[in-house]
Ligand binder design. Sequence first.
Ligand SMILES: Cc1cc2nc3c(=O)[nH]c(=O)nc-3n(C[C@H](O)[C@H](O)[C@H](O)COP(=O)(O)OP(=O)(O)OC[C@H]3O[C@@H](n4cnc5c(N)ncnc54)[C@H](O)[C@@H]3O)c2cc1C
Length: 321
Amino acid sequence: MDFSTAEKLYERLRESIPKKQLFENVPMSRYTTLHLGGPARVLCEIASPDQLNAAFAAARELDVAVTLIGNGSNLLVKDGGIPGLVIHMGDQFAELSAPVPLPDGRFAITAQAGATLQKLCNVAMDHELTGLEFASGIPGTIGGAVYMNAGAYGGEMKDVVSHVTAVECSGKNASYEIGDLRMSYRHSRFCDDEELSAITSVTVVLTKGDGETIQATMREFSARRREKQPLTLPSCGSTFRRPEGQFAGTLIDEAGLKGFRIGGACVSPLHAGFLVNDENGTAADYLALINHVQRTVQEKTGILLIPEVRILGEDAPIHNV
Ligand SMILES: Cc1cc2nc3c(=O)[nH]c(=O)nc-3n(C[C@H](O)[C@H](O)[C@H](O)COP(=O)(O)OP(=O)(O)OC[C@H]3O[C@@H](n4cnc5c(N)ncnc54)[C@H](O)[C@@H]3O)c2cc1C
């Protein structure tokens, strides 16, 4: 986006979005758990559906590409950053309803897309509702979790989601029942729909359970994460998808790559499925590490590991000296 379009975009956004929610040239490392990435040319924090509509309208008017982000816990932004408009759906768009009893005895909770999964898990736990224990400890927003069909410990979002509302980039409102969402392993319709859609709200349906058991299960899953995953280092969780019948971490470990480093990016010695940015690396380091791991594992096993992390943005420009 050239300077003049960026200025016009900013001014147009200012008509409906407060200044404190708008940023120019902000490093994406602030918005990703990998702490990597060059600048977003213009970034806006969304606090309401009206603001989302206004941001989409401004981008359409000026023909600017839009990127949606939640908690940035599954994102690798390249060092050249994101040249268009980034819309962040986070803690300013994070309301949750109280559980609503349904005729079949279950309970529905509706959350705005920017609420964290952990916040939703806590509400479920407080109301002794079971079904979301698997999600405790996954560090994303509810919108990101539906987009990715996040899952762990035998559960995934598709087991609990009943209904999703979204706004298409064209400004059209959309509404989907679970059967329309095409959710499968780390995938939903939003990954391949031609038109970009922002998930705005998600309704989950849960069952009454035993409060102590729910709490104990969540604690147990958190303890397992703390023991087995490098949670104190910048990462995006498992960098690669699970290949059919295998675990990416085991294949990487068996290829002798635990601790292998390129620049500031390293295969975690604790969990080989986690590629961490433990020494202020660049996205170029991280991408080179992904590439090296893919090549080495493929040479040894014939299996090509596919990144689960979503790779966004542009490479840093090369300056000739
Ligand atoms: C320590 C750690 C542990 C993890 N453990 C797990 C795990 O056990 N299981 C698991 O599945 N994942 C895990 N992850 C990965 C990550 O937390 C999930 O993929 C999560 O669902 C991403 O949510 P997010 O809000 O951070 O999305 P982001 O990373 O911000 O975005 C991911 C994708 O979702 C899209 N998106 C985000 N919000 C919206 C929205 N409102 N509307 C439309 N599109 C949207 C983005 O455009 C992007 O393509 C882990 C990550 C970390 C850092």
